[in-house]
Design a protein around this ligand. Sequence first.
Ligand SMILES: Nc1ncnc2c1ncn2[C@@H]1O[C@H](COP(=O)(O)OP(=O)(O)O)[C@@H](O)[C@H]1O
Ligand SMILES: [Mg+2]
Length: 297
Amino acid sequence: MKKVLIVAALLSSKKHKLVDLLSKRFEGKVEFSLESFENFALFIDKDGQLRGYFSGIDIRSFDFVYIRSKTGYSNLAKTVATSLESNKVPYADKALANASYIGNKLTSLARLALGEVPVSQSFFAYKLDNEFSLNLIDKLDLPLIIKDLRSQRMTGIFVVTNKKELFAFIKKNKRKSFIFQKFIDIQNEYRIFVIEGKAVSAHTKTKRDYSTGKLTYLNENEWHEFVDLKSLPKKLITEAEKAANELLLDIAGVDVCIDKSGKIFCLEVNRGPGIDYEDDKPEEIDALVKFFQQKTR
Ligand SMILES: Nc1ncnc2c1ncn2[C@@H]1O[C@H](COP(=O)(O)OP(=O)(O)O)[C@@H](O)[C@H]1O
Ligand SMILES: [Mg+2]
């Protein structure tokens, strides 16, 4: 039997009525069901494959998904659409996946994975206090990086090294939204400034301190240094450019890193490239000046 899923922000009596009406019209030949965004979970495996679930049921088990309303869950709706797109499950409306270029850490991560930009294995669930979420989290390799969806400039990046810490963290933060991500043993991290699809400058990112549970800077007095783009591995540059392109950002600050085994990962793409105006080597400003020169010619 064909299966249709209707996703809504609120499971109101109206939505139930819609499902009932449709079921009746199809005389039980098509199965209609209803889910809320709050039951959504996303898993991105180590190969960048996106897996979406509602109440633990794989989205691939549906023949069609209709995202009915999204009030208050806009970024989740975009992420659901991106995961449907990735799994080739037909859905409505296409506008949602096409709106996923701008949103939050989760929409970006899903979009980057869809575009085959290398990201670390990740898990997100709106609700963590259920067997399905806890089971998946339990299977993730430790240590884990935990990112608050609203985090910026390391304000909400945490690290847990064992199961005890992990489940204590979940218990303490039940009502917040996090991305759980496999820890990357970073050798070098860079911020690549990408303008209109081309890397224009790069600087190192200072080393992080992972020892306290909440990420901080290892040495507050360490400063980033601009590096010659030519001195960086070509693949690092092309992945950064690919990441900015995938998010349709004309001006982007892409955080990329190489781990101890030489693997490249994209950590994050920032729409605000984080230009440091105080710096005495304003390579980023030079690049921006060039950009505006072209635009005003
Ligand atoms: N999976 C990871 N493994 C190891 N370190 C990470 C990982 N993800 C992020 N980090 C570190 O945390 C920093 C902040 O993470 P990021 O996702 O860029 O969030 P923010 O918005 O706070 O900058 C990164 O610059 C990187 O040094
Ligand atoms: Mg960052």
